[in-house]
Design a protein around this ligand. Structure first.
Ligand SMILES: [Zn+2]
Length: 132
């Protein structure tokens, strides 16, 4: 995917988060061309497509942030397991609400066994600042 001036004209870059200044969805995420702006930013920066069924999580919990190094692709399952690890889902994993696509979620507590597709994606991300 080529650099998109039209997209980045809506982004306020800074030393930390890069905030989206364009249209915002009711869920609080930036919108660009009918898509979530942060997903567009990540795919554009990594020249990759987020596989079906994966969510794009924010390390910074800032839904408007579109800085590619603040975003990491995860899965529903990882997010749920993370909640259990932190003692938030002890009543039963079936009751844990599924995050919506693009919803920000918690960071993994530590190294996790992940699928090869996920590893390949993670390897493409510059500045892996989300790792402990
Ligand atoms: Zn951020």
């Amino acid at each position: 995917m080529a650099f998109n001036e039209d997209f980045w004209a809506n982004v306020q870059t800074g030393p930390d988060c890069w905030d989206w200044r364009g249209p915002v969805s009711h869920a609080g995420y930036g919108r660009y061309g009918g898509r979530a702006a942060h997903r567009y930013a990540w795919e554009s920066a990594n020249d990759a497509t987020i596989p079906h069924g994966m969510v794009l999580c924010h390390t910074c919990d800032n839904r408007l942030c579109v800085r590619p190094s603040h975003l990491w692709p995860g899965t529903y399952q990882e997010n749920s397991r993370d909640m259990v690890d932190k003692g938030r889902g002890t009543a039963g994993i079936s009751r844990i609400r599924r995050p919506r696509i693009g919803e920000s979620c918690a960071l993994p507590a530590g190294p996790t066994i992940i699928g090869s597709a996920h590893s390949a994606l993670m390897a493409t991300i510059p500045n892996r600042t989300y790792l402990p």
